[in-house]
Write a protein that binds this ligand. Structure first.
Ligand code: NAD
Length: 430
């Protein structure tokens, strides 16, 4: 078995979810579908992915050996428009996870009123153990195998876990070579020089900031000196913290994989970002008290922003959370079993499909700019993002009130209703 790279899988892959993403999504989907009295056939239709592609990706490794990777692309549906969704490179990903994430994208795009359906892609590989040359070969072969699926009018990938701007540049170039023209609208999250959008990097954190302020306004919590706790200090967490601080909030605690940091007088977020740039993590960051991840989640505060990973708020710790608002920067940070506990405590949860949708919204702007051949100013991007996030928050808030449901179910109702109504008007071909 000389061609099997056993070393790649020596360490067991981390468990992505205690609650798998499909269960987590379906638990909420089912509540909303029932409230909407969705016909059984439509329920089945919306639950079922439109197409699922499993491809093999043979590449010659730097060692000269040939190795075969498995790749996936799932189109959940394209009822509202071309499907949109990231591509993740991870050693433990499988088709079930990709199916759930594709459906999640359908609801996220629908909540924000974007003219996109939902999709997701993946390659089962560990990008930390591959060279740039190997990663480029995997990306190009993955793209070539999915040429008939991808396209600016068909299906538009974006970065996700384990992929980045460079991956998008390779996808764009491979696609462009095959169609014999430069087609930058085939991916979003590209480098600026290839037609990426200004403001894309900060978009998810900016969206979190905008909906958090809207929620505080609804609850009558003064923004100045409000106390914010942020879990996770990567792209989403650090930018959310920075922008909320700019608005006058006090960030009393932050954390990353190395642990938590607390300062009741407020943390200097710019200094923390600089620290991470120089030291790779928050470990050793001065002028703060070290706290555990558990302590951080249970701090007395106005807003908790979980922006690290899934399944952080569980039925075990939900009862101990003292925040008035939870603004879900991460995807799936709250297990469905924790939802009723948070609800009973009167905590307002801004659900992931709304709170972190700023990223896909600016991806939409990037696609629009590429198709126009005209780049927007940063001001135009941020103004339009703010307007769309605020409008979506108000819509979800009103629908939740109407159905007497938490915002999460309100968001699912908005999304499912929109897709189901569009489906009804289009009709079912066949
Ligand atoms: P990232 O890799 O830039 O940052 C993740 C951060 O979380 C890092 O600081 C890491 O150290 C920290 N972390 C990991 N495990 C942790 C733990 N157990 N406790 C505390 N901190 C921990 O990732 P990101 O792009 O900021 O994404 C974070 C979340 O937001 C993910 O759920 C992602 O799916 C979601 N999201 C990201 C975007 C985007 O545009 N980047 C858009 C929508 C949703």
């Amino acid at each position: 078995m000389h061609y099997k790279h056993d070393y790649r899988y020596k360490e067991p892959a981390p468990i992505i979810n205690k609650e798998n993403p499909f269960q987590s999504m379906m638990a909420r989907f089912d509540i909303a579908a029932e409230l909407l009295e969705l016909e059984e056939g439509v329920y089945e239709y919306l639950k079922t992915p439109q197409s699922q592609h499993i491809i093999s990706i043979p590449i010659q490794m730097d060692s000269g050996k040939v190795e075969v990777f498995e790749g996936y692309r799932v189109i959940h549906n394209n009822i509202l428009g071309p499907s949109k969704g990231g591509v993740r490179f991870a050693p433990d990903v499988d088709i079930e996870e990709v199916k759930a994430l594709a459906a999640w994208m359908t609801w996220k795009c629908a909540v924000l009123g974007l003219p996109f359906g939902g999709a997701k892609g993946a390659v089962k590989c560990d990008p930390t153990k591959l060279t740039m040359i190997e990663l480029e070969k995997i990306t190009r072969r993955y793209t070539a195998n999915l040429l008939d699926v991808f396209g600016p009018e068909n299906d538009i990938p974006a970065p996700d876990m384990g992929t980045n701007e460079q991956t998008m540049a390779w996808i764009m170039d491979t696609y462009s070579m095959h169609v014999r023209r430069t087609e930058n609208a085939v991916v979003t999250g590209k480098p600026l020089i290839l037609g990426g959008s200004l403001g894309r990097r900060e978009a998810t954190g900016r969206g979190v900031m905008i909906v958090t302020l809207s929620a505080m306004q609804q609850l009558g919590i003064p923004i100045q000196n409000s106390k914010i706790v942020v879990q996770g200090f990567g792209n989403v967490g650090s930018i959310s913290a920075q922008l909320l601080k700019e608005q006058g909030c006090t960030i009393i605690a932050i954390s990353d994989i190395s642990g938590g940091h607390y300062n009741k007088n407020g943390i200097n977020i710019e200094a923390a970002m600089e620290w991470v740039k120089n030291n790779k993590s928050l470990e050793g960051f001065p002028e703060t008290e070290n706290i555990t991840q558990e302590e951080l989640l249970e701090l007395e505060c106005d807003v908790l922003v979980p922006a690290a990973k899934e399944d952080q708020i569980t039925e075990d710790n939900a009862g101990k959370i003292k925040a008035k608002i939870i603004s879900e920067g991460a995807n799936g940070p709250t297990m469905s079993s924790a939802d009723p506990i948070l609800n009973d405590k009167g905590i307002l949860v801004i659900p992931d499909i709304l709170a972190n949708a700023g990223g896909v919204t600016v991806s939409y702007f990037e696609w629009v700019q590429n198709r126009l051949g005209f780049a927007w100013t940063l001001n135009r991007v941020n103004t339009r993002l703010e307007r769309m996030m605020k409008e979506s928050f108000s819509l979800v808030f009103d629908v939740s009130k109407k159905y007497n449901q938490p915002l999460r179910i309100g968001a699912y109702i908005v999304a499912i209703d929109k897709v189901a109504k569009t489906l009804k008007i289009r009709g079912i071909y066949g």
